[in-house]
Structure formats: structure tokens, C-alpha cells
Design a protein around this ligand. Structure first.
Ligand SMILES: [Zn+2]
Length: 106
């Protein structure tokens, strides 16, 4: 599991040894969303041009931008890059990665 605040891998610890953040898995952390790494990566690579992975990650605004500009082909390139970044990220042991709302990429 990753710390919801600093992103450090904290295993099963409830409190992050790095920043002291409480990581109760039942308490949703604001600004952070957990997504399935493989699902996110594949969606981004295959149909990233439609911004589906952005919606999946809770980045609604940029998802709409992707749809509006899908005809330019640029969102497809961005989706490919985002998918590769996501797939190269280390997951939490359960196949999940965290996505930050304040970060453009995953
Ligand atoms: Zn932390």
C-alpha cells in the first residue's frame, strides 16, 4: 500500500513512517485515487484519445478536454505516454497504483 500523502510504499502500516500520515484504507484520501494499474494502462494506450482513462482516474476536466481534441490525435499520443508511465509504475502488491489529482500524469 502507498501512503496517500507522500506516496511512499508503507506495506500494511496504518501510519506512514515517512510523513506520519494516517493511512486507514477505509478513509478516502482527498486528492488521491486508487486505480488498477493494468486497466488504467491499457485503457490509456488503447483508447486514450477519448480520455476514458482520465475519467477512470477522476480527472474529469482533462477527460473532457481529451474528447474535445480527440480529432487532433494529440490526446492519443498523450494517452500512450500516460499508459506507459502507469505500467512502469510499481504497484502496491494488489495491482493498484495511486493517481494524484494535483499531478498531470499518474
Ligand atoms: Zn507518507
Amino acid at each position: 500500500m502507498f501512503c496517500g500523502k507522500c506516496g511512499a510504499d508503507i506495506g500494511d502500516a496504518k501510519y506512514c513512517p515517512k510523513c506520519g500520515n494516517s493511512n486507514d484504507p477505509d478513509a478516502p484520501v482527498k486528492g488521491v485515487k486508487t486505480v488498477n494499474k493494468i486497466a488504467y494502462g491499457l485503457i490509456a494506450i488503447l483508447i486514450g484519445g477519448l480520455g476514458i482513462h482520465r475519467f477512470y482516474a477522476g480527472k474529469i476536466f482533462s477527460g473532457i478536454i481529451y474528447i474535445l481534441f480527440c480529432w487532433t490525435g494529440i490526446p492519443s499520443i498523450l494517452g500512450l505516454v500516460e499508459g506507459i508511465i502507469a505500467l512502469t509504475r510499481e504497484d502496491d502488491g494488489r495491482g493498484n497504483i495511486i493517481v494524484r489529482e494535483d499531478s498531470y500524469f499518474v
